[in-house]
Design a binder for this molecule. Sequence first.
Ligand SMILES: [Zn+2]
Length: 368
Amino acid sequence: MIRLFRIGGIPIRLDAGWFFVFGLIVWSLASGYFPYVLPGGSDGAYWAGGVVAALLLFTSVLLHELSHALVARAHGVGVAAITLHVFGGVSELETEPPDPRAEFGIAIIGPIVSVTLGGLAFAARQVAAGHDWLAALFTYLAVVNVVVGVFNLVPGFPLDGGRILRAMLWWWSGRFERASEIASRVGMGVAMLLAALGVARLLAGEPTGGVWFLLLGLFLFQAARRAHDVARIRSRLAPVTVASVMTPSAVAVSSQAAVDDVRNGELAALELGSLPVVDGDTLVGFLRRVDADRARGRAFSVAEVMAPIRPDVVVAPSDSAWLALTRLGNNDVGRVAVVDRGRLVGMVAREDVARALSAPRPSLDRAA
Ligand SMILES: [Zn+2]
């Protein structure tokens, strides 16, 4: 996973598979689409066109994801990260939408944005008529954006259409967990249909389309099953408080301490990537091992090299263990600090949450 940059505080990340699919798209554009619609061009021009078109496609996908993030924020739902991967992108919400209306709005804006981008590209194509390269580029963007928008309406959770389905089931039944379960089951079914379609196309002698649908089906099946698992974990952790899972007496270092002393002392003794930094008992930052190593042998204080406190590295004792798990999974510290009115009162690591999960199941789960 590669961190690109932040937009409005949201980390934008690239999955390793993204490079593979980016290369595949550039290649298919440079050796297929552009030579077909613009015969007689140079190889260099085709490849340059391929790179530009592929970058604009991924910009479109990013805009689709950012629209989800924007509407989510408007409903008070934080976005932990946006990841671009082989089959598009995903916006990870920190919490579930507060109500079915919010879920519906957050889900439907993505396809609306994609179809709108497709329409704009189509209009731009009309304006650019006569400029062959621009027209070919806009035609491509018009088609792929409409395809992305329409495909996302397929009711297979975690596709947008699946979220829309969940919003409707939730609104209709009033039961979020049940709606999640049904929507992710439907998602698994849709995914199997796509994979079967891929096999059918393979058998019909269409290897490229066949392999693509087969892989897409398998990918969506995985995602739907993971969503199903996540729904179960979330329902276990949502009622558990941070206070009941945290490690209360966490090792912290003073902001006035010398970095080198901490590097040879606490950081060497504990196999942790970072330590919370305090002034008295007030949390003021995080000392990461990488920053301490960079300052090695120099007379810096902890305060001079520590990372500042960001919202994704702290939780309150009354927050849910689910929120703590989401934050520690996405921040670069790997843990979250538990802060009560500015005071550091504990730390939560993945193991702490795992312990809560392995505790005996509440009876509700067995009854369902
Ligand atoms: Zn979407």
